[in-house]
Design a protein around this ligand. Structure first.
Ligand code: ZN
Ligand code: ZN
Length: 272
């Protein structure tokens, strides 16, 4: 059990609109960080009271469904839940974390900075690795919000030349009409869309085939990748831009979350 310090905000608007087909009521938030305050028997083998942790959203891998058999990867379990999307998340004083899928926060990383890393940071880090980019090859990042600004810093820390592309609100539109993104790639390049666009993607067949491009799906990251990401953040002093709001204003979250003027990530400070 985790005493939650910062429950990162969540796509509250999508929850209410049913994008994730969550059954309501539900405790939202899937980027919680906090302190371990109680342990089950198995959890005690890996964790101790007082550990500072972040909880990745994937929980309760069944180990027996066809996805588990094929991948042995908790992210794809057909019977697991996603904290804050399919099961109760971290917008609470206490939450249950999956002992197998929590991350120890390095001392250098505060709770405030740690929260966006657990999903946003892991998603960008996983996406960079999913592209199978080689050392020294360039990365272009379209959309410099919470994820994109971390992506620029990750790419730089990993030694890639990086081009950041944004021009709101136009940049957002460009990023959603993905055929434009393909035109920026060199032959054999890879495109990793990380935005979850309900309307789907539109890709140009000629760009894809004549440039022999790859489009890669990427789901957050593995736990091992997330651990590497935290080490990288600690080593290079990577920071998120945080907009913090007090709990009393939590009702405004859906509106704030979808605002094109939102800078970086939204935090609800439940101790303020
Ligand atoms: Zn399963
Ligand atoms: Zn997320």
């Amino acid at each position: 059990m985790i005493k939650v310090h910062i429950p990162k905000t969540m796509p509250a608007a999508q929850l209410v609109e049913g994008t994730y087909q969550s059954s309501l009521p539900l405790v939202p938030s899937h980027e919680p960080v906090g302190t371990v305050v109680a342990l089950g028997k198995d959890a005690a083998k890996q964790w101790k009271i007082g550990d500072r942790v972040g909880a990745l959203l994937f929980r309760h891998m069944c180990g027996t469904c066809s996805h588990c058999e094929a991948t042995r990867d908790i992210r794809f379990c057909g019977n697991g839940d996603f904290a804050g999307l399919k099961g109760d998340g971290g917008m609470a004083e206490y939450m249950i974390g999956g002992a197998d899928n929590m991350l120890l926060l390095p001392d250098e990383i505060s709770f405030v900075q740690g929260a966006p890393l657990v999903c946003a940071g892991a998603t960008v880090w996983g996406g960079i690795h999913a592209s199978k980019i080689k050392p020294g090859e360039p990365i272009g990042i379209i959309g410099i919000g919470g994820l994109g600004s971390l992506g620029v810093q990750f790419a730089k820390a990993l030694g890639h030349p990086v081009v950041a592309i944004d021009n709101r609100p136009e940049g957002r539109q460009l990023a959603t009409t993905n055929h434009w993104a393909l035109k920026l790639l060199r032959p054999n390049g890879a495109f990793v869309p990380l935005g979850l666009h309900v309307e789907g993607f539109r890709l140009d067949a000629f760009d894809l085939i004549f440039q022999q491009l790859t489009v890669v799906g990427s789901l957050v990251s593995t736990k091992e990748q997330a651990k590497e990401m935290l080490q990288c953040v600690a080593q290079y002093g990577i920071k998120s831009w945080i907009t913090e709001i007090p709990l009393q204003r939590a009702g405004e979250l859906p509106k704030l979350y979808m605002s094109p003027h939102l800078k970086g990530r939204l935090d609800v400070n439940i101790s303020a």
